[in-house]
Design a protein around this ligand. Structure first.
Ligand code: NOJ
Length: 586
C-alpha cells in the first residue's frame, strides 16, 4: 500500500546527503573544496540515489569554526565560489530532480559580521542589543565574567571587550557571539536572511543549535559539577529555553508556512523525547524534524564528546526503538542519521573498521539506517565506508577548534598539577583517534591519484592514508563495494514504503548481539536482522514472529542471491538481512 501524496510530504521519503564543502571536491586547486567541485559531482549523487543535498555552511566566514561562524549571511565565501556559482549549483540540482538544503546558523554569527562590529562599537549603538552583553561580576575585588557558564568548546562562555569593558556571551568559541533572540528586530533580520535564500530557490534549512536560541532569564550561574575548574556546563540554562517555541512558531508563521520546505533542527543537550516532541508535532507548526543526540552521545561521558565510554548493544537498541515508536500516531517524525561532520566515522564507532570486517559492517550499518522510519541522512564518505584516520597521526593533524581547545585545556591542567611542562597526553590522543570531529572532515577519497583526487594542490586537511584502496572510483566499478551496496539499499528503501512509514516492533529485546525488528504498514511487513558483532549467532524466529512463511528476501550484505528464511537463522559476523512479506488478501 502506498501513501497518497496529499497526506505525505515529499521530505518524509527523501534520502538526504550531507556535503561538507571544504572537504568534498576542490575544482580550482587551492586545497579547499568548492561549489564548482560539488557541481562536478551532481551526477555521482543522483546516481547514488540522493534526493536532497544538505550543504554545510558556504557563506562568507573567517572559518574559525569551519563556516559555522558566518560574517555575511547573504554572500558565498570566496574559497567556495560566488553567488552565481550557487545559482548554477541549484540549477544543476533541480535539473536532476534533487533539492538543495542550506545550513542556517543563527544562534550566533561570526565576530567579524557587520552586525557584531556595530554592536561592539559602543553601548549606545542601535545594534548593541543584537547580542548578549553584560558587565563583569566583582568577587573579592576581582572581576569575573558575568556568570560561570562554560563554553561548549572549553573555557568561559564570555569574552571581555576592552572598548566598553563589558562581556559578550558566546556558547561556542569567542569568535561566535550569540545573537539576542529576545530582540524582535534581530528575529526579523533572521527572517529576512531566510527569505533571501528561499527567494533564490533553496528548498529548506538545517538549523544549527536551534534549541539554544533562548536563554534563561537572568542568566543564572550553573551548578558546580566539575570541581577542577570555575566554568561549569550550563545547557540547562540555554537549551530549550523559555521562549524557544515562541520564536520558532514565529519563524514558521513568518517564513516557513509560506513555502514547501524541508526543515530539520539540530537539538543537542536533550535526550527527553517529550521535550523534543514540541518542535516536531505538526499541530505545533514549528519544524519537520530534529536531530536528537541520544544515539550520538551513547559513547561519550558527560565531560566531553571527545572522550569515550563503552556502550552496549542493549543501550543502542533501547534508544533506537524508543525514538522509532515515539508519538507516531500524533505525527512525530524522525531524522535518521549515524554520521555527520561533528562525529567520528560510523564504521569506526558502531561497526568494525578492521580489514576483515570494514566492508561488511559498513553495509550492516547501511541496512540499520535504511530500515528505520524517518527521513534518511547520509554523510559524505559514509557511502564508501570511510573510516577514522589512524592513531599514529599526531595532534597537529587535528584542525578542529573543539579538539585543539580541549587538548590545550587538559594539557594546562596537567602541567599545573604535575608542575612540569612535559606531560603525557597519549591517553587523550587515544580518545581523539576514536571520537574527534576531524575524522569526518578529511577530504573525500575520489580515486587513487594524489590526495585521493580531492585536489591538485595541497589539501587543507590531510587525506586519510587508505585512499589508494578506499576511493569512489574503485568502488563504483565493484559490485561488492560499500558504494554499490548503499546504492542498492537506497533503492530498496524507496521500493518498500513499509521501511519508511511502517511501525516498529523490536524482537529479541534482551539479545546483546542481534538487533531484530519488524516493521508493519498496511498489509506489508518487513523483518530486519542485524548482527552487530563478529561472531556467528543463531536466532530463533519461530517464537517471535509466528511463522516465516512468505517472507521474501530483499536485501543482505553477504550475497545478492536470495537467502530463504528458516525459523532458525544463523547470522554470520555483522550480517544484515531484510525480508518483506505481503499479507494474503482474501
Ligand atoms: C553545530 C555544528 O554542527 C557544529 O559543527 C558547530 O561547531 C556548532 N554547532 C556551532 O555552530
Amino acid at each position: 500500500m502506498s501513501t497518497p501524496p496529499h497526506v505525505t510530504p515529499w521530505w518524509k521519503s527523501a534520502s538526504v546527503y550531507q556535503i561538507y564543502p571544504a572537504s568534498f571536491l576542490d575544482a580550482n586547486g587551492d586545497g579547499t573544496g568548492d561549489l564548482a567541485g560539488i557541481i562536478a559531482k551532481l551526477d555521482y549523487l543522483k546516481d547514488l540515489g540522493v534526493d536532497v543535498i544538505w550543504l554545510s555552511p558556504i557563506y562568507r566566514s573567517p572559518l574559525a569554526d569551519m563556516g559555522y561562524d558566518i560574517s555575511d549571511y547573504e554572500d558565498i565565501d570566496a574559497r567556495y565560489g560566488t553567488l552565481e556559482d550557487w545559482d548554477r549549483l541549484l540549477e544543476g540540482v533541480h535539473a536532476r530532480g534533487m533539492k538543495l538544503m542550506m545550513d542556517l546558523v543563527v544562534n550566533h554569527t561570526s565576530d567579524e559580521h557587520a552586525w557584531f562590529a556595530a554592536s561592539k562599537s559602543s553601548k549606545n549603538d542601535p545594534k548593541r542589543d543584537w547580542y548578549i552583553w553584560r558587565p563583569g561580576k566583582i568577587v573579592d575585588g576581582e572581576e569575573l565574567p558575568p556568570n560561570n557558564w562554560e563554553s561548549l568548546f572549553s573555557g568561559s562562555a564570555w569574552e571581555r571587550d576592552s572598548a566598553t569593558g563589558e562581556y559578550y556571551l558566546h556558547l561556542f568559541i569567542s569568535k561566535q557571539p550569540d545573537l539576542n533572540w529576545d530582540n524582535p528586530v534581530v528575529r526579523s533580520a533572521i527572517w529576512d536572511v531566510m527569505r533571501f535564500w528561499v527567494r533564490r530557490g533553496c528548498d529548506g534549512f538545517r538549523m544549527d543549535a536551534i534549541n539554544c536560541i533562548s536563554k534563561t532569564d537572568g542568566l543564572p550561574d550553573a551548578p558546580l559539577v566539575d570541581h577542577t575548574q570555575y566554568y561549569q556546563p550550563a545547557s540547562m540554562y540555554f537549551a530549550n529555553g523559555p521562549q524557544v517555541h515562541r520564536y520558532i512558531k514565529q519563524m514558521h508563521a513568518e517564513v516557513l508556512s509560506h513555502h514547501d520546505l524541508i526543515t530539520v533542527g539540530e537539538t543537542p543537550f536533550t535526550h527527553e523525547e517529550s521535550e523534543l516532541a514540541a518542535y516536531v508535532l505538526p499541530q505545533n507548526r514549528e519544524l519537520n524534524m530534529v536531530f536528537h543526540f541520544e544515539l550520538m552521545d551513547i559513547d561519550s561521558p558527560p565531560e566531553s564528546q571527545l572522550l569515550r565510554k563503552p556502550w552496549t548493544l542493549g543501550e543502542l537498541k533501547a534508544i533506537v526503538s524508543r525514538w522509532q515508536r515515539f508519538m507516531r500516531d500524533d505525527g512525530f517524525w524522525n531524522a535518521v542519521y549515524i554520521e555527520n561532520h561533528d562525529h567520528a566515522r560510523s564504521v569506526s564507532r558502531f561497526g568494525n573498521d578492521s580489514a576483515q570486517w570494514r566492508t561488511v559492517s559498513a553495509k550492516m550499518l547501511a541496512v540499520f539506517e535504511i530500515t528505520q522510519t524517518g527521513t534518511l541522512f547520509v554523510y559524505q564518505g559514509q557511502e564508501l565506508g570511510l573510516k577514522n584516520f589512524p592513531r599514529t597521526w599526531g595532534i597537529e593533524e587535528y584542525n578542529d577548534v573543539a579538539a585543539q581547545n580541549y587538548w590545550n585545556l587538559i594539557k594546562e591542567k596537567r602541567q599545573k598539577a604535575q608542575g612540569k611542562k612535559d606531560v603525557d597526553m597519549s591517553d587523550l590522543l587515544d580518545s581523539f583517534a576514536q571520537k574527534a570531529r576531524d575524522h569526518a572532515r578529511t577530504p573525500m577519497q575520489w580515486n587513487a591519484g594524489a590526495h585521493g583526487g580531492f585536489t591538485t594542490g595541497t589539501p587543507w586537511m590531510r587525506v586519510n592514508d587508505d585512499y589508494p584502496e578506499w576511493n569512489a572510483e574503485q568502488q563504483i566499478g565493484d559490485d561488492t563495494s560499500v558504494h554499490a551496496f548503499w546504492k542498492r539499499a537506497l533503492k530498496v528503501r524507496k521500493a518498500h514504503d513499509v521501511l519508511i512509514y511502517g511501525d516498529f516492533v523490536m524482537l529479541l529485546e534482551t539479545d546483546e548481539q542481534v538487533f531484530a525488528y519488524t516493521r508493519n504498514y498496511g498489509s506489508t511487513s518487513a523483518l530486519v536482522l542485524l548482527n552487530f558483532k563478529e561472531g556467528k549467532v543463531e536466532v530463533d524466529l519461530g517464537e517471535v514472529i509466528g511463522g516465516v512463511a512468505r517472507y521474501a528476501f530483499v536485501l543482505g550484505n553477504y550475497e545478492k542471491e536470495a537467502i530463504g528464511l528458516e525459523e532458525k537463522v544463523t547470522l554470520r559476523g555483522y550480517e544484515a538481512r531484510v525480508y518483506v512479506r505481503e499479507a494474503l488478501l482474501n
